[in-house]
Design a binder for this molecule. Structure first.
Ligand code: GLV
Ligand code: MG
Length: 328
């Protein structure tokens, strides 16, 4: 281990993160009763410019009046380049009580963007005597943000998670696609001809680099990396595949832009019973190895060592968190 210790953000379940447009109050109650781990009420891109003020009023009322249970509740404010951002912060934080957990900042480009929002939020919290310090969720969705992701991740003690906003990111880097997430037929590799002269084409993941880079920045700063939207809400298998590959790369969850995507994310980002069982056996085997003074042992024909303990502990801790959320 390095001498530098990475402090982990407040632990929260973040398997599914439901986006709810602030201009659609009829969706709020249903969202509150859903199985989503995190809900963000959106003041940004799901809201048309002439609805911005009404959406803000709806969101304030919803934070105050709806029973959100144990859910993590967030508000996505407008970007720092818009005329709405300061009032989103001032009105939402001045006119709500302490129920709000997080503020989601879109299109973060530099560490100074986060610092600016932190400064405003801190002033309001202190002036109004808010008791619960709000955390930040940051969307990495521009070339600038991806370039500066490491400084951004370290920019405020309020930071809790980084999110990959694939739609805006594609636009920002001018990727040749109009889809929201998922694969693209032009992004693949062609094998050399085999003995029969036949070649195979393999589709690849156009977002691998971006997600992997964001995951490194998040984890190096104790934050949760979360994969963003998947646009085709009818393509359940496509969503599952996208979520699985994000999980393999280290993400803790994925957005749901429709309630139908919530159970898919919850399922994929929850460790399976077999995984938890194996993790418990690894911990047990390593306990025994320790007693016998060994650093590594084999379990089911595979080598396990001290690194396996950390992976197993993380998995068991997640399973316990999920079990707690079910009973709570
Ligand atoms: C999310 O905000 C995205 O742009 O994908
Ligand atoms: Mg976006």
């Amino acid at each position: 281990m390095s001498f530098k210790l990475v402090e982990e953000a407040k632990p929260r379940l973040n398997r599914s993160e439901l986006a709810v447009p602030g201009s659609s109050p009829r969706m709020f109650e249903k969202a509150a009763q859903s199985e989503a781990d995190v809900i963000f009420l959106d003041l940004e891109d799901a809201v048309a410019p002439d609805m911005k003020e009404q959406a803000r009023r709806n969101v304030i009322e919803a934070i105050n009046d709806i029973d959100w249970g144990e859910k993590t509740l967030s508000v996505r404010i407008n970007g720092l380049d818009t005329p709405y951002m300061y009032r989103d912060l001032v009105d939402v934080l001045e006119q709500t009580r302490d129920r709000l957990d997080l503020i989601m900042i879109p299109k973060v480009g530099t560490a100074a963007d986060v610092y600016t929002v932190d400064c405003i939020v801190t002033q309001i919290e202190n002036a109004k005597g808010r008791k619960r310090r709000v955390g930040f969720e940051l969307i990495i969705e521009t070339a600038l943000g991806m370039q500066n992701v490491h400084e951004i991740a370290a920019a405020s003690p309020r930071n809790e998670s980084l999110h990959f906003g694939v739609a805006d990111y594609a636009a920002s880097v001018r990727a040749r696609t109009v889809k929201i997430g998922g694969v693209h037929p032009d992004y693949g590799v062609l094998s050399d001809p085999d003995a029969k002269g036949e070649r195979s084409y393999f589709w690849a993941d156009p977002w691998h680099y971006a997600i992997a880079r964001m995951v490194v920045a998040a984890r190096a700063n104790g934050l949760r990396p979360v994969d963003g939207p998947f646009g085709d809400i009818r393509d359940e298998e496509g969503y599952r595949a996208a979520a699985r590959r994000a999980a393999v790369l280290g993400c803790e969850g994925k957005w749901a832009i429709h309630p139908a995507q919530i159970p898919l994310a919850n399922d994929i980002f929850s460790p399976s019973e077999a995984e938890v069982e194996r993790a418990r056996r690894i911990l047990q085997a390593m306990e025994e190895a320790k007693r016998e003074g060994k650093g590594a042992v084999s379990l089911d024909g595979r080598l396990i060592d001290i690194a396996s303990i950390r992976q197993a502990q993380t998995l068991v801790a997640k399973a316990e968190q999920i079990a707690k959320s079910r009973s709570g």
